[in-house]
Every structure is written in structure tokens, then in C-alpha cells.
Design a protein around this ligand. Structure first.
Ligand code: ADP
Length: 583
């Protein structure tokens, strides 16, 4: 086995190691973290930046779950930087999701929500239902924190529906807990109990321990409301032991607070204080404001019931000031979050409208093209017979004034004929089939030049050719012919009558592009006219006959081949058109 395939094998192994670590997170977070750290070291040693970034994203995720928000952000930002440089949208969304979670879990709801909306968009674009469901659930949580139960409920329901689409029962059950919490807040206890029970059953089935911890917590809350304190405490204890085992600080703090509440209701004050002090410790250590003020309030209730006025007052004040802080921050955040959401929705709506507009324009263009095509074709017949009639008149021997007027008629017919032919060419451009042939550029150029001998200044022009052999270029002949014909025709038409005129035609390959370049030393185009000459019917000079359609047709032809046109020109010096077409 050679070195390269060895490397591929190692990379595959590391990738599967990361997948294992991810699976493991629900049962043993510390083992997962160790596995990813080992993979990260190997990926760094192997100089494999993609794997380094993937490892850092996972570290970001695990540390976020663990509550080490600072280190989680560090890892996620590092990964994000790599993904952004490499335009890896999935990576960007994964790392952003970690960051969003660290923000909203430390009460920076506004920033969290904005980042989550970014992830939502990316996952939706990538049709990644599993991650979309995860993000929708998190968005619901933030709405709930912000006190917007309506939007929270909608997000949870959407999360569940998205999980069902991708047949992921685990994700589906993740949505049941918070939805049950909303039912609870709305006093719908039976529905709340049903959902949390359903979630517990599914979590046991799927072996998702962390999810199970949240499901017990959720049922515990319903028991609290049902005044079944013993059952509630049992559920919170079940949840706590899992949270402690897997090291989820937020979950731990929440359980401790609820255990305090349960024992308070049972008037087991010592136990209540013990749990609540532990909750406060975690809340302060990890800056989890939500647990700080909730546990302060429960402690106030406990001391009040115990008749310890001094302590009761202390915790009441603490609760009030913390709550004020949260409320102030919340209302400011709610306003700015909603403004941001509104703006985001507007941008999305605008983009959709724009797409619809483009579709309508596209349809209209097609209709217009076929209308043009039919009209032009229908006009060709009468014009041909008018020209024929002119010949008959000449044969009849008209002389003098009458002949002069008929000749004028004739000149106008020819002009009309040229316009119609140009229009037909233009409409042809849109209906050309994808019929590609190898283009013989030398032959094509000679044919073009020879077809233009009738032009006024043709004899005065010295032609130079630099045409690379074996260009091996395949394309629609009609389009390439249109490009060359228009460029050469203009170079001849707009040559100077005095002095030696020259036209240089160069066709060559430059890296992966085909270049068709026609240079002349003719009349040139003023700077002001250079932008306009590609417009329909625009003519910068009347020095030669024309319709003003040639360069417009050229532009359309080059667009069909996904190419570009560079125009360089100076009045009285000359003009250079360079057409660049990707192979
Ligand atoms: P037409 O030649 O029928 O007028 P085109 O669309 O081909 O229409 O060109 C538009 C205008 O650009 C011309 O009227 C002319 O003024 C200018 N032009 C195009 N090619 C050249 C050139 N090689 N040298 C000078 N002027 C040019």
C-alpha cells in the first residue's frame, strides 16, 4: 500500500472515530471529549485541516453541553474560520450552532437567536432535516426564554414535524419535552403528561441518556403541578443522576432547583436548602442567570416558610434584582431580536419575489423572442418580392426622376432587409440547440472574411491572422460564426478611408479559455460610447450603414457561451474586441 492510500485509510479511521465520539456523547460525554481530543492531535500531526476543523466543531459541541462555554466558543470560532475560508456551508452551520447555543444558554438570547436563524437557513438550503429539526427546537427554547410562547410552540411543532420527515424518532422525541412544558404553562396538564411520558418511552428505546434526563425532568415538572411531590422528586433525582454523570451543568442546575422546590413543598427544608445552594453554586460558576434567579426565589420561599425573615429578605432582594436585570435585558433583546427577524424575513421574501420576477421576465423574453422570430420571418417574403419588383421596374426601362425614386426605394428595402435578417439572427440565438461540433477556426475565419468582400473599404484592408492550430474546441457553430462575423464586419466597416487599414484576427487558447480577438486601426469608439455600443439599436457613428444590432447580437452570443467581452478603444486610433470563452 502506498503512502497516499495509507493516509486515506487513516483519514477514514479518524472520521469514523469522530462519528463514534458523537454517538457516545449521550451516554458518556467525558469519553467523547477524550476521543475527539485524541483525533484532533492526530489530525494536526497529519496536517489535515478539514479533520482538525471537524474535531474542533465537536469539541465546541461537547464543551457547550458540559457548560464550559468559553472554551466551547474558542473551539467553534476556530473551526468556523476554516469553514468560512473553504466555503463549507455545513461546517459553518455546525460551528455556528455551537456558538448560538453557548450564547443563548448564557442569556445572550438575542445573539443566540440570530445565529440560530442563520443555521436554520443553511440547513434548510442543504435539505438537512435532522439538523434543521435540532435548530428549530433550539429556536423554540429561545422564544420560550423570551416569553413568546406562541412562537416557541410553533418552532417545537415544526421541529417535531421535520424530525418525522427524516424518520428520526430520537429527534422527534426531543421536541416533546419542551412542547410538554408549554402545555404545562398553559395549564393543559393531561396533554403535558402524555407528551413527557411519550418522550420517556422513546428515549428509553433509543438509549439516549441525555434525552432521557430531560424527559424525566419534564415529567417531574408535571408531577409538581399535579401536587404529586414524591413522584416529582423521584423524576428530578433520576434526571439529576444522569446529568451529573454526563456532566451537563445547565441540566444539573435545573434539576437541583426543582428538587429544592419539591422538598420545600414537602416541608423538608434542610434538604431543600442543600439542593438550592448547590444550584446557586453552579449558576454562579457558569453564569447561568436563569438558575440564579429561580433558585433565589425558591430559597426565599423556603426561608419565609421557616420563619427566617432575615434570610428570606436577602433572597427576595437577590431574586428581585436578578429578575429586573433579566427582564430589562429580555425586553431590549426581544425588541432587537424581533427587528432582526423581521428584517431577515423581509430579505428572504424579497429574494423570493425577485426569483418570481425573474421567472416572469424569462417567460416574457421567450414569448417576445418567438414573436420576433415569427414577425421577422413573415416580413422576409414581402420584402423579397418588393426587391424583385424593383428589378422588373428597372427592366421596364424607367428613366429620369422616376428611376431615382425607385432606386431610393431600393436602398430602403435593402436596409429593411438587413434589419430583418439581424432580428432573425438574434432570435435564432435563443433557439439554438445544444448541437456541438468541432470548430475549424481557420476555415471559419476565411469564410467570414470572404463573405464581406462587398463592404466599401474592403480592398484597402490588410488582414493579419494568428490562429492557433488544434484548438480542439467544440461548440455550436452558429454562435461562434455570429461572434466572428460581427467582429470582423465592424472592423472593416469602421476602418478609416485614408491611410493603411489593418485588421488583426487572433484566436488562441489561454489556460482554460478560448480567446477570439479582433483588433483594428479604424475610427475607434469614444469612452462615453463604449458602454452603450452593446445596447440594442445603438449606433455611435453614421459613417457606415448599419442597424445598431450587431454588438447586441454579439453580446447575446457570448453570453450563451458563458463568456465575456473586453473592449479597448480610442477614437481615431483603433479598436480591440477580446472575447473570452471558457472551454
Ligand atoms: P452597427 O454596426 O449596425 O451600427 P453594432 O451594434 O455592430 O451596430 O455597433 C454599434 C456601434 O458601435 C456602431 O454604430 C459603431 O459606432 C460602433 N462600433 C462597433 N464596432 C466598431 C469598430 N470596430 N470600430 C469603431 N466603432 C465600432
Amino acid at each position: 500500500m502506498n503512502g497516499q492510500s495509507n493516509e486515506i485509510v487513516t483519514q477514514e479511521m479518524l472520521t469514523s472515530e469522530l462519528a463514534k465520539a458523537y454517538e457516545m456523547r449521550v451516554s458518556d460525554l467525558d469519553v467523547s471529549i477524550k476521543m475527539v481530543n485524541d483525533t484532533l492531535d492526530t489530525a494536526i500531526a497529519l496536517k489535515c485541516p478539514q479533520l482538525v476543523a471537524n474535531s474542533k466543531t465537536l469539541i465546541g459541541l461537547f464543551l457547550m453541553i458540559k457548560g464550559d462555554f468559553e472554551m466551547s466558543q474558542k473551539a467553534s470560532y476556530e473551526a468556523l474560520e476554516y469553514y468560512k475560508i473553504n466555503k463549507n456551508r455545513k461546517g459553518i452551520a455546525d460551528a455556528t450552532f455551537n456558538l448560538a447555543s453557548t450564547y443563548y444558554k448564557t442569556d445572550n438570547f438575542h445573539k443566540g437567536l440570530l445565529l440560530l436563524l442563520e443555521c436554520k437557513q443553511i440547513y434548510a438550503d442543504l435539505v438537512d432535516h435532522a439538523n434543521l429539526s435540532k435548530v428549530l427546537k433550539a429556536i423554540g427554547t429561545v422564544y420560550e426564554y423570551l416569553g413568546d410562547l406562541h412562537n416557541a410552540k410553533e418552532s417545537y411543532e415544526e421541529s417535531i414535524a421535520t424530525a418525522i420527515i427524516c424518520n428520526d424518532t430520537n429527534l422527534e422525541s426531543n421536541g416533546y419535552n419542551p412542547l410538554s412544558g408549554i402545555y404545562l404553562k398553559q395549564g393543559m396538564l393531561v396533554e403535558a403528561m402524555n407528551l413527557s411520558q411519550k418522550s420517556i418511552d422513546l428515549k428509553i428505546l433509543s438509549n439516549d441518556e441525555r434525552g432521557l434526563a430531560y424527559s424525566y425532568y419534564s415529567r417531574g415538572k408535571v408531577y409538581l403541578q399535579l401536587l404529586q411531590y414524591k413522584q416529582a422528586i423521584a423524576d428530578f433525582n433520576r434526571s439529576l443522576s444522569i446529568q451529573t454523570k454526563i456532566g451537563d451543568r445547565l441540566g444539573e442546575g435545573m434539576c437541583l432547583n426543582k428538587l429544592g422546590m419539591g422538598h420545600y413543598q414537602l416541608e423538608e427544608f434542610d434538604r431543600a436548602i442543600l439542593y438550592l445552594t448547590k444550584a446557586q453554586l453552579i449558576a454562579y460558576q457558569y453564569n447561568i442567570m436563569l438558575i440564579q434567579y429561580k433558585s433565589s426565589y425558591t430559597l426565599y420561599l423556603v426561608y419565609k416558610k421557616m420563619g427566617d425573615i432575615k434570610n428570606a429578605m436577602h433572597y427576595l432582594e437577590e431574586y428581585n434584582s436578578q429578575k429586573d436585570l433579566v427582564i430589562k435585558q429580555k425586553s431590549a433583546d426581544i425588541i432587537s431580536s424581533y427587528e432582526a427577524i423581521f428584517k431577515l424575513e423581509m430579505v428572504q421574501k424579497e429574494a423570493q419575489l425577485q426569483a418570481e420576477r425573474m421567472e416572469i421576465i424569462e417567460n416574457k423574453n421567450q414569448e417576445l423572442d418567438s414573436f420576433f422570430y415569427r414577425v421577422s420571418h413573415d416580413l422576409k417574403g414581402p420584402i423579397a418580392s418588393l426587391m424583385g419588383l424593383h428589378n422588373l421596374i428597372i427592366l421596364e426601362g424607367f428613366e429620369g426622376e422616376a428611376k431615382k425614386y425607385f432606386d431610393l426605394y431600393h436602398t430602403q428595402f435593402i436596409r429593411l432587409n438587413t434589419i430583418i435578417m439581424d432580428l432573425i439572427n438574434l432570435t435564432k440565438m435563443n433557439s439554438i440547440e445544444d448541437n456541438k461540433v468541432e470548430i475549424n477556426f481557420r476555415q471559419l475565419t476565411m469564410d467570414c472574411v470572404n463573405s464581406l468582400v462587398y463592404l466599401k473599404n474592403f480592398e484597402n484592408i490588410e488582414f493579419h491572422y494568428e490562429i492557433e492550430e488544434n484548438l480542439n474546441y467544440y461548440s455550436q457553430w452558429v454562435i461562434v460564426n455570429t461572434i466572428l462575423q460581427n467582429l470582423i464586419e465592424n472592423a472593416i466597416k469602421y476602418s478609416k478611408e485614408e491611410g493603411q487599414s489593418s485588421v488583426k484576427i487572433r484566436i488562441y487558447r489561454e489556460s482554460n479559455q478560448l480567446i477570439i480577438q479582433v483588433d483594428d486601426n479604424g475610427l475607434g469608439i469614444s469612452k462615453e460610447d463604449q458602454d452603450k455600443v452593446f445596447d440594442m439599436f445603438y449606433r455611435a457613428t453614421r459613417q457606415a450603414e448599419g442597424t445598431g444590432l450587431g454588438l447586441y447580437i454579439l453580446k447575446r452570443a457570448v453570453e450563451r457561451l458563458h463568456g465575456q467581452i473586453r473592449l479597448n478603444s480610442e477614437l481615431e486610433v483603433g479598436t480591440s474586441f477580446k472575447v473570452i470563452i471558457p472551454y
